[in-house]
Design a protein around this ligand. Structure first.
Ligand SMILES: C[C@@H](C(=O)O)C(=O)SCCNC(=O)CCNC(=O)[C@H](O)C(C)(C)COP(=O)(O)OP(=O)(O)OC[C@H]1O[C@@H](n2cnc3c(N)ncnc32)[C@H](O)[C@@H]1OP(=O)(O)O
Length: 389
């Protein structure tokens, strides 16, 4: 297949992948919109607290704060509605890379506001409230952002369920996650049981739910519920700074790349293998498309290509090693824009005439050259092909 044909094929596949992902999210949205109007009204009647969202454009990290300290950050009805709105906002944040979910004032969240729970304590409304929260938390988990629950203090009941709707859980040394539902004669209803089974396995999930076991940092790490324990003083900023620092290892690079990574992981987790593979191909296609047209998108893929295909690209001279590379620093790719501190990034683009290219960048230019050559050759061939006479 010609380069043009391959690019076209990728484009068509990527469009259908995007359509499928949108459809998937719309299924959740329309479910919410169609059947939850009456429960919305009921939830609105239980006000108090807020869900705050701060989007840091520079870092691409958003901070979502469950804010109702007078009730240990329990979810009032209006907070449930606000959470849905905030998740909607995050779904369309194209520059975003990650979201940290935290509680205000040094504790995570003590679940539903018990006053609201008591007021809607009938099977119909209880199930509608669960459906509403399940939809919102499913959308939170499916966001094309890397999500982290930052657990300071207690995450109880619905608060424990909320932690499972994030990709990662970071815990401060004073943190506790506890599914206390059993004490109230309940089971999780916000999807927390289903997600917990997927995180820690059914045996451990059964123990945590039936024993209402307290999960402290050590136990959490041992069973795989907690990804990292953060040791710092309990001040809020400090915890947040540590969480942001922890995240940086995963969010270097342009937002579309991070979002694409999250999309293939979500499809791998949720779709049957055949469909997941198809989505993966399509998302790959969208990346190749961009990578071929934007010089700063290509390097993410080039390091592997440059190393793996060096021998195969016989027409090209081997990639030279610069003296800095021979001396061990910087490594290939270290001078790529997102691996540089901001001030160096500016300097580098000013002298883009060529004398500061590192081996990785030279490889990119060579690969781009090769692709242009192949493109021109394929066009020339079809122009002079016998079929054309
Ligand atoms: C159904 C399920 C779900 O939807 O999935 C759920 O989440 S049900 C909710 C599951 N969560 C719970 O059962 C947690 C219930 N709360 C507690 O066990 C306790 O409050 C702790 C969270 C351990 C904190 O104890 P501590 O002695 O430090 O403080 P405290 O008890 O004085 O609590 C401080 C204030 O927060 C309020 N408060 C705490 N948790 C609340 C909640 N979930 N709903 C409504 N108010 C709550 C207390 O009533 C109290 O208000 P005043 O100062 O006005 O007295």
């Amino acid at each position: 297949m010609s380069v043009c044909g391959a690019a076209r094929c990728c484009w068509i596949q990527s469009r259908s992948a995007v359509r499928r992902i949108l459809q998937q999210n719309r299924t959740v949205c329309s479910h919410t919109n169609g059947s939850a109007e009456s429960i919305r009204k009921k939830l609105q009647a239980f006000s108090g607290g807020s869900i705050d969202l701060q989007k840091q454009q520079d870092s691409g990290i958003a901070v979502l704060t469950v804010n109702n300290p007078a009730r240990m950050n329990a979810f009032s009805g209006s907070m449930m509605l606000e959470l849905e709105q905030r998740v909607c906002e995050l779904e369309t944040w194209t520059e975003g890379k990650a979201v940290i979910v935290q509680g205000a004032a040094g504790t995570f969240c003590s679940g539903s506001d018990l006053n609201a729970v008591r007021a809607i304590a009938n099977p119909h409304d209880g199930m509608k409230m669960c459906e509403f929260m399940q939809n919102t938390l499913t959308r939170l988990l499916r966001l094309p952002l890397i999500s982290v629950a930052l657990v300071e203090g207690r995450a109880l009941g619905g608060g424990a369920e909320l932690t499972t709707a994030c990709d990662f859980r970071l815990m401060m040394s004073d943190g506790v996650i506890q599914f206390v539902h059993k004490y109230m004669g309940l089971v999780p209803g916000w999807g927390g049981a289903a997600r917990l089974v997927r995180i820690v396995g059914s045996q451990t999930a059964l123990k945590l739910l039936s024993g209402a076991k307290k999960v402290d940092p050590d136990f959490g790490k041992q069973i795989g519920l907690v990804d990292e324990v953060l040791h710092c003083s309990s001040s809020e900023e400090n915890a947040l700074a540590h969480a942001e620092q922890w995240l940086t290892q995963f969010i270097k690079g342009p937002a579309p790349v991070i979002q694409a990574v999250k999309k293939v992981v979500v499809s791998g987790r949720e779709l049957p293998l055949g469909e997941a593979l198809q989505t993966e191909r399509s998302v790959f296609g969208t990346r190749v498309n961009v990578a071929l047209t934007g010089p700063w998108e290509l390097p993410a893929a080039h390091t592997v290509m440059a190393a793996g295909r060096r021998d195969k690209l016989r027409d090209l001279p081997p990639v030279e090693q610069s003296s800095s590379e021979r001396s061990g620093s910087p490594s290939p790719g270290d001078t790529l824009p997102w691996n540089l501190p901001k001030h160096q990034r500016v300097k580098r683009s000013k002298s883009a005439s060529g004398d500061v290219l590192d081996p990785a960048e030279r490889a990119v230019i060579r690969i781009a050259g090769l692709l242009s050559y192949l493109l021109i050759r394929s066009r020339t061939r079809s122009f002079f092909s016998p079929a054309d006479g």
